[in-house]
Design a binder for this molecule. Structure first.
Ligand code: FES
Length: 190
């Protein structure tokens, strides 16, 4: 009686397992191992084929550790190169030449890096830029007239004011003095 009963139960189980394989699926891989030592990755585990008696089966499997995603290391940004610090341009005393070279009532163009119109009056020295205020040409003396060769502008060496031609504004003036027998203008160095 018991034997018949167990046969019926076993047949029932077989039938159900055939109909609903997932219900009885092994916890290991469904793929049949074919070779001893064969490995397979299934559902996050690595299984190895082992021998159980005479059968080849999958072992319990080893959990594969989750991949460690490497966060990219931030490449250090190059430190700002130490660029040479630009020296601020500072006005300074510029010696142009001997003070005795210009008598009272005389004008002269003196050059040290750039040129200046220097005039000595009874009350002291006067200095102007030699750049024409019309369009930037260099002015020069022609006879006793301060004249621009480009378009003919003329300037008064005592005041720097235009007296003829297209120039409308005065020449740029500079602070000038005598220091140790030298004519010295106060300007940005060249
Ligand atoms: S640039 Fe001197 S007159 Fe024109």
């Amino acid at each position: 009686m018991n034997t018949r009963r167990s046969v019926v139960i076993s047949l029932g189980i077989s039938l159900i397992s055939a109909l609903i394989p997932s219900a009885f699926a092994a916890t290991g891989p469904t793929l049949k191992p074919t070779k001893l030592g064969q490995t397979i990755v299934w559902r996050g585990k690595k299984y190895t084929c082992i021998k159980q008696g005479k059968k080849l089966v999958w072992d319990k499997g080893v959990l594969i550790p989750a991949k460690v995603t490497q966060t990219p290391t931030s490449t250090p940004s190059p430190s700002p190169s130490s660029s040479p610090t630009k020296k601020p341009l500072v006005m300074e005393d510029i010696a142009l030449g001997s003070a005795s070279s210009i008598s009272v009532g005389e004008s002269k163009i003196m050059t040290k890096g750039k040129s200046y119109v220097i005039t000595r009056t009874s009350s002291g020295l006067i200095a102007f830029d030699t750049t024409c205020t019309h369009n930037g040409c260099g002015i020069d003396f022609k006879a006793k007239t301060l004249i621009c060769p480009c378009h003919g502008a003329e300037f008064d060496p005592l005041t720097g004011s235009p007296t003829a031609g297209p120039a409308l504004t005065k020449l740029k003036s500079y602070e000038v003095k005598e220091v140790d027998g030298q004519i010295v203008v106060f300007d940005y160095p060249w």
